[in-house]
Ligand binder design. Structure first.
Ligand code: GRF
Length: 203
């Protein structure tokens, strides 16, 4: 089975979506390791509930981000991970990590990139900007934060009475479909990258 490693920091609802698809036999892949940079993150409970190996890996005092993240990379290597998914991971990945996982790491971002990238508050920025359509993007991770080749996007309307909570919930519902679909497509070898363009060989 194709092996996936997940990086998470918080609530873990995207991790949960992946594990739901996995349990239903629809992911075409198995999440074999979840690494979390925050002790107490709900994502750890999600992993435990689903019987998936998980660990907290924090950056040691005095340690730089790159060496801390290369330890994460080594742990994924040890578990035979073939794809790394950042699902609500709140750190920027260091260049060495990105190079190591080039073409084999994907992220889900709650905006229609390239709008509102490089932000942990993309939904609030979308509302502030007054956009009428928002959404989410799954993309390959490159050193250009939130700028890598786009795998899939889903749009949702912005409604007149929306606040950050209502818009985020509407977007999140799409993330929970889009991310597992993208992982499945990758695991089945259906994604082809040419320059900045990703195409999907259906089937
Ligand atoms: C999601 O909206 C994701 O796009 C963003 O952070 C949020 C994480 O949610 N990067 P969760 O931890 O998966 O519930």
């Amino acid at each position: 089975m194709f092996r996936v490693g997940v990086l998470a920091s918080g609530r873990g609802s995207n991790l949960e979506a992946l594990l739901r698809w996995q349990a239903a036999g629809a992911l075409g892949a198995e999440v074999v390791l979840v690494l979390c940079n925050r002790a107490g993150a709900v994502a750890l409970d999600v992993a435990a509930r689903c019987g998936v190996e998980a660990a907290v890996c924090t950056q040691a005092k005095g340690q730089d981000r790159e060496s801390a993240q290369m330890e994460l990379s080594a742990r994924f290597d040890d578990r035979g991970v073939q794809l790394v998914v950042t699902a609500g991971y709140d750190r920027v990945l260091a260049p060495a990590f990105v190079r190591r996982w080039q073409g084999r790491a994907m992220n889900v971002h709650p905006s229609l990139l390239p709008a509102f990238g490089k932000s942990l508050h993309a939904q609030a920025e979308a509302l502030q900007h007054g956009v009428k359509v928002a959404g989410c993007t799954v993309h390959f991770i490159t050193e250009d934060v939130d700028g890598g080749p786009i795998i899939a996007q889903a749009a949702v309307p912005v409604l007149p009475d929306d606040d950050v909570a209502t818009l985020s919930a509407r977007i999140l519902e799409q993330e929970h479909r889009l991310l597992p679909e993208a992982v499945r497509a990758f695991a089945l070898g259906r994604l082809h990258v040419a320059g900045h363009k990703v195409s999907y060989a259906g089937g």
